[in-house]
Write a protein that binds this ligand. Structure first.
Ligand code: PLP
Length: 403
């Protein structure tokens, strides 16, 4: 990949902040958008805008076609068996809430258990806690070691006859740990337990294939894979989606409505109440085509190089603590340096044009595990360069001197 050339696809990367060239290292929070995605959104509004699924007229049919083609693109991108297994949502968070609400309504009773890990994002904790409030399900948490790796033996010991679902992140947004999801899914299925994979941090870095993985559910957000905000994906095996009740009621999710009784549409529409973000879904499809064009293996290999280089540069600094030293790791570097507050590091880096994230990264239990209030997180995308990592390292050295 010619990174310098590719960067021209992302106009925002050319801008300056505080008179300095922007160094964007907050990709785990959201990624920048290539020109083709923004142009696709423009094209949709300028030439195709019309509500989908409901109109007999030309524009509505074309918009519907574009939206349903986007579903096919997602299906292909994640290797799903059928496009009816692709539900469009607002993002990872909504996808998990949908499964938590519908799956638990169908299959869980008081004291049934949901198993997660100690490195989950709040979006894979709180939806299950809501179900704990509503129907008394219990949350069980598999521990990690100090390198930020899941303890697989302990994970297996947490499985009980009451475990109804296992919901784990593929890649930790704080530690970068790549979880052994093949093993997790194999173990879960030996116990006849379905698995949800939170792929918010993996589809864009290492890719996924849901049929090869044999996962039961998989979720991700468009905005983290170079697509527009406000769109997400829930993949679910047909047998589960068919067996689960609708999440929300309204237009498009119905077959027939009367005041006495409503019957529901087939999947995936049963889970898509109201006008979908058909502009967003086509934007997402354009982003997925762009990523597929680069090749996820090329992206993974380049980002691994970047991570190794950044790890080498930062770990050699005096007083540096890196959080997340898993053997198998992707694109995220969380750290603290000396006893400088992460917020101070983040604010000073910002003034030098470098965008990183500071705080608990929506993973407070994980911060508690490490006994810190927060970290500084640099997260990489394929458009980042070694030169930018040098700028980050030099800036941190400057900040240390200031303190
Ligand atoms: N899960 C993980 C691992 C994440 O990193 C994030 C976002 O940072 C989410 C879930 C939530 O994603 P969203 O806010 O797009 O719904």
């Amino acid at each position: 990949m010619d990174i310098i050339e590719l960067r021209h696809d992302f106009p925002i990367l050319q801008r300056e902040v505080y008179g300095k060239p922007l160094v964007y290292l907050d990709n785990a929070a959201t990624t920048q958008k290539p020109r083709c995605v923004v142009e696709k959104i423009d094209e949709m509004y300028f030439t195709l805008n019309s509500n989908v699924h409901r109109g007999v007229h030309f524009l509505s049919q074309e918009a519907t076609q574009a939206h349903e083609n986007a579903r096919k693109t997602v299906q292909k991108f994640i290797g799903a068996a059928s496009e009816s297994e692709i539900v469009f949502t607002r993002g990872t968070t909504e996808s998990i809430n949908l499964v938590a609400s519908s799956f638990c309504r169908a299959f869980c009773k008081e004291d049934d258990e949901i198993l997660i890990t100690a490195m989950e994002h709040h979006s894979n904790i709180v939806p299950w806690q809501l179900q704990a409030d509503i129907r008394g399900v219990k949350l069980r948490v598999a521990p990690i070691n100090s390198r930020g790796e899941l303890l697989l033996d302990e994970f297996e010991k947490k499985i009980s006859p009451r475990t109804k679902l296992i919901s784990v992140t593929h890649i930790s947004n704080v530690l970068g740990t790549i979880n052994p999801i093949d093993e997790i899914i194999r173990i879960a299925h030996e116990h006849d337990i379905p698995v949800l994979i939170d792929a918010a941090q993996s589809v864009q870095h290492i890719g996924v294939n849901v049929q090869q993985l044999d996962c039961d559910f998989l979720v991700f957000s468009s905005h983290k894979i170079y697509g527009p905000t406000g769109v997400g994906v829930l993949y679910g095996k047909e047998k589960w989606l068919n067996a689960m009740p609708p999440y929300q009621g309204g237009g498009e999710m119905i077959a027939n409505v009367s005041f006495e009784k409503t019957t529901y549409n087939e999947i995936p529409f049963k889970f898509e109440a109201g006008t979908p973000d058909f502009v967003g879904t086509t934007g997402l499809a354009s982003a997925l085509d762009y990523v597929a064009g680069l090749g996820i293996d090329n992206i993974a290999a380049y980002e691994k190089e970047l991570l190794d280089y950044a790890t080498e540069r930062l770990s050699s600094m005096d007083g540096m603590r890196i959080f997340g030293e898993a053997q198998n790791k992707s694109s995220v570097l969380s750290f603290l340096v000396k006893d400088i507050h992460p917020y101070d590091v983040g604010t000073l880096l910002d003034k030098m044009g470098i965008a990183v994230r500071t705080g608990h990264h929506c993973a407070e239990p994980l911060m508690n595990f490490f006994g810190v209030p927060g970290t500084v997180r640099a997260s990489f995308a394929f458009y980042n360069t070694r030169g930018e990592i040098d700028l980050l390292a030099n800036a941190i050295e400057r900040i240390v001197k200031m303190f």
